[in-house]
Design a protein around this ligand. Structure first.
Ligand code: GLU
Length: 449
């Protein structure tokens, strides 16, 4: 391996030894960049990689709120402002008990490349809290969001850092967060957050953007393979907003999603989640206090497999994890290869361990990486920022047309970067290379700091 690359990887591992998720993504990304690092010795002189793996700023704070029983609760809050070379820091907020600095640094690092791939002017960031929304009342959610924003508001702004949603943060939470921001700053600055309801400046088509964008990506790859979505079966994990948009677009294109999952098991629906009633029910289930995927099995009379994941259980043409990180391990990858599936598209961030990803690719499965496949969400967020800055609202059709074009360009740019660097049609390496080129160029031009 390139000695500079090797040295930076080793040093990053030493310096962040207690951050496994972050190291996982750094290793995956940096090892893809070898041809570009070889070709640009000036990167080493400028310590470009050392700077790239170190967040520009991390804010950590205490969030104190009162629950419905009058007890005082304390959580950790974070914002990682990872890289601002291409635009204001941009990325979601995750509210989940698994949130820690390692998770947010991995998400923030991925976000830099993803945002660069959209070709829109946004840097990379991520934030969140170890707050658990499960079983919380609406008032508790509101009080938590207000407490969280009471510190965050001084670190963000439409030209500085623009958070959005992620796991545990949807339209409702964004509303409460924006209300508190406006109250504290005494200004109407709705470009500070994206994923808002359209009634106060949200973009039409934002809730479905990640899932629809993923399918536009899938369509473009399948076109390259002279193949089509129509008639194909899809194994999906998760049942939140991202899974919903993905499943809805699969149905529109004549495909059939046959599984969904939650933390406690998966549901197999051999008839497919294709009717409006079933697709709409996903949203209802998500909005319920229990957030339990078993509700779907009970309602539509299909089987729920407790404690199991769909990967090694269900045969499908295409596998699309839409839940969370590290949900597909080596043994799952083996099962997917054995099923004879030709395609595997990551929709949730880093759902695949590095060894599982390598196994899939070595065995001829076409892999679409999360930072490319799910970039439609943040792309439409960037369109929302533009609409807010211009004080206008584009129609849903207009947003969708732009989204489609952005996703098609990401696929093209990925193939191009892969093939130009000797990795034939490798969409994983291609996405890393294409994303990196712009960031590196911008960082070099902005001087050393
Ligand atoms: N959390 C989403 C992501 O992983 C969306 C971020 C955004 O819209 O800023 O890209």
């Amino acid at each position: 391996m390139n000695t500079y690359l090797e040295r930076v990887l080793k040093k990053t591992k030493e310096k962040n030894a207690n951050e496994p998720e972050f190291l996982q993504t750094v290793e995956e990304v940096l090892t893809s960049l070898e041809p570009l690092i070889d070709a640009h010795p000036e990167y080493e002189q400028a310590a470009l990689l050392e700077r790239l793996v170190e967040p520009e700023r991390i804010i950590q704070f205490r969030v104190t709120w009162e629950d419905d029983n009058g007890n005082i609760q304390v959580n950790k809050g974070y914002r990682v402002q990872f890289n601002g070379a291409l635009g204001p820091y941009k990325g979601g907020l995750r509210f989940d008990p698994s949130v820690n600095l390692s998770v947010l640094k991995f998400l923030g690092f991925e976000q830099i490349f993803k945002n660069s791939l959209t070709t829109l002017p946004i840097g990379g960031g991520k934030g969140g809290s170890d707050f658990d929304p499960l079983g919380k009342s609406d008032k508790e959610i509101m009080r938590f969001c207000q407490a969280f924003m009471s510190e965050l508001y001084r670190h963000i702004g439409p030209s500085l850092d623009v958070p959005a949603g992620d796991i545990g943060v949807g339209g409702r939470e964004i509303g409460y967060l924006y209300g508190q921001y406006r109250r504290l700053k005494n200004i109407y600055e709705n470009g500070v957050l994206t994923g808002k309801d359209p009634v106060y400046g949200g973009s039409l088509g934002r809730p479905s953007a990640t899932g629809y964008g993923a399918l536009y990506y899938v369509q473009e790859v399948m076109k390259h393979e002279k193949d089509t979505v129509k008639g194909k079966t899809f194994a999906i994990s998760g049942f939140g907003n991202v899974a919903w948009g993905t499943i809805k677009k699969i149905a529109q294109l004549g495909g059939k999603a046959i599984t969904i999952s939650g933390p406690n098991g998966y549901v197999y629906d051999p008839d497919g989640i294709i009717t409006d009633e079933k697709i709409d029910y996903l949203l209802e289930m998500r909005a319920s206090k229990d957030m339990d995927v078993k509700m779907y099995a009970d309602k539509f009379g299909c089987e729920f497999f407790e404690g199991k994941k769909p990967w090694d259980q269900v045969k499908a043409d295409i596998y699309m994890p839409c839940a969370t990180q590290n949900e597909v391990h080596l043994e799952d990858a083996k099962a997917i290869v054995n099923s004879g599936a030709k395609y595997y598209f990551e929709v949730s961030n880093m759902p695949t361990t590095n060894e599982a990803l390598a196994y899939l690719q070595e065995h001829g499965v076409i892999v679409g990486p999360a930072k490319a496949v799910n970039a439609g969400g943040v792309a439409v967020s960037a369109l929302e920022m533009t609409q807010n800055a211009m004080r206008l609202a584009w129609s849903e059709e207009e947003v969708d047309a732009r989204l489609k074009e952005i996703m098609q360009n990401i696929v093209r740019a990925s193939y191009e970067a892969a093939n130009a660097n000797g990795f034939k049609d490798d969409l994983v390496k291609g996405a890393n290379l294409a994303g990196f080129m712009k960031i590196a160029d911008a960082m070099m031009k902005q001087g050393i700091f």
